[in-house]
Design a protein around this ligand. Structure first.
Ligand SMILES: Nc1ncnc2c1ncn2[C@@H]1O[C@H](COP(=O)(O)OP(=O)(O)OP(=O)(O)O)[C@@H](O)[C@H]1O
Length: 382
């Protein structure tokens, strides 16, 4: 059992900049990491994710709030008393020791017998597929192998909780995706509670059972990867999760024998249909932002009347799919669709939008307007 509970945790740096005064690097964050869960903390540089992880580890003092592990308050406990292991971005291996000794080091300090140490090192090396590297020094290993040793050194102690601080960011793209798969396997095999920090949303989406999205020290949303993608609560999460990012079109809801969305430059105007009318009715003439994912915009090839006609600025052919960049007012929107060869820069293309996956946000706050009530009622689920 290892459940980690954060209750109103804050970190206040008071002496950073005399002009700024007190600076809240982590601001009133509460959530529970369940036993055996893989929780990812994600957010842009400076959002406070490493500070939060270091407070859980006991490497940074908690300014406000409580940290509980298995129901016990940990705020004043040392890292060792917390029974936590942490894996860092820069591996933090001892350069003068072999891989074997790096992994054995913590166990020696805990007075494990030689035989026990050997069997644990062998078992861990096998799990991480580094049996052939045991008698080498870290500097002769590749980045991926070094990170495996660092992970090995953490898991060999069999702690209650594992913390990872951007462990893959020094690796090249191919190795990173390979290590992601291995971390998933490792988690299944050792079945421990893991908390993993990254700024990379793809890494977050592929690894996390649940993901906590942070921005400017605050928790923006905590949810499963698919819920974050399909039902973001606010503009920050909508824009942060997904690659390429969600398109945002500024505009207004207008009422002319039914509700329409019209973008700022009046190049796109389309009916919102019955499903969206009830929930958006009270936002007529309010500035809103339409959020729509690149895969939910379609090029109309059948010559039928279009919601919107725009000029192609650029395109990228990826082999299996194509990203098309279109200019709308001073903005660019991206369409993602299966690869074709018919597009030219400067072409005018007619678009249609899938109403089902649209998000509407209040421009002034970035809050997503709940449009699910009516569509649920419509499909008889309510
Ligand atoms: N020791 C410190 N003293 C003062 N301010 C700090 C200290 N450590 C971090 N900060 C500030 O706290 C904020 C959060 O930093 P933190 O390192 O947790 O962000 P992060 O999300 O992990 O960023 P990155 O991905 O760049 O590592 C930043 O504004 C940073 O400048």
């Amino acid at each position: 059992m290892a459940e980690v509970i954060l209750q109103n945790i804050s970190k206040i740096y008071s002496d950073v900049d005399k002009h700024m005064g007190r600076h809240k690097a982590v601001d009133d964050i509460s959530f529970t990491v369940y036993d055996k869960e893989f929780m990812v903390l994600v957010g842009p540089s400076g959002c406070g994710k490493s500070t939060l992880l270091r407070m859980i580890a006991g490497l940074e003092e908690i300014s406000e709030g409580n940290l509980l592990i298995d129901g016990k308050r940990m705020n004043e406990m040392t890292p060792r008393q917390r029974d936590i292991a942490m894996v860092f971005q820069n591996y933090a291996l001892y350069p003068h020791m072999t891989v074997y000794d790096n992994m054995a080091f913590g166990l020696k300090l805990q007075n494990f017998s030689k035989a026990d140490i050997k069997s644990r090192v062998m078992e861990t090396a096998q799990l991480l597929e580094i049996e052939d590297e045991l008698y080498k020094k870290p500097k002769t290993l590749s980045g991926g192998q070094r990170q495996r040793v660092a992970i090995g050194r953490a898991i060999i102690r069999r702690p209650k909780v594992f913390l990872f601080d951007e462990p893959l960011s020094n690796l090249d793209a191919k190795l990173r995706s390979q290590m992601r798969i291995e971390l998933q396997r490792l988690h299944r095999e050792i079945n421990a509670t893991m908390i993993y920090v990254t700024h990379d949303q793809t890494e977050a989406m592929t690894l996390g059972h649940r993901i906590a999205v942070l921005n400017k020290g605050k928790l923006m949303q905590l949810d499963t990867p698919m819920n974050l993608y399909e039902h973001p609560n606010n503009k920050f999460v909508a824009g942060f999760i997904g690659s390429p990012s969600m398109n945002f079109l500024k505009g207004r809801i207008i009422n002319e024998t039914g509700l329409y969305f019209e973008n700022e430059s009046k190049q796109c105007r389309f009916s919102l249909g019955k499903d969206l009318e009830a929930s958006l009715g009270s936002y007529v003439n309010t500035e809103v932002i339409l959020g729509i994912r690149p895969e939910n915009i379609f090029l109309k090839d059948d010559g039928s009347l279009s919601d919107c006609s725009l000029e192609v600025l650029a395109f990228e052919n990826m082999g299996n799919e194509q990203l098309i960049y279109l200019s709308i007012g001073s903005q660019t929107i991206i369409v993602r669709r299966p690869q074709t060869h018919e597009i030219e820069i400067g072409d005018k293309v007619a678009l249609s939008f899938s109403r089902k996956n649209m998000l509407f946000m209040v421009d002034s706050t970035g809050q997503v307007i709940d449009t699910t009530v009516l569509s649920n009622a419509g499909s008889g689920k309510l």
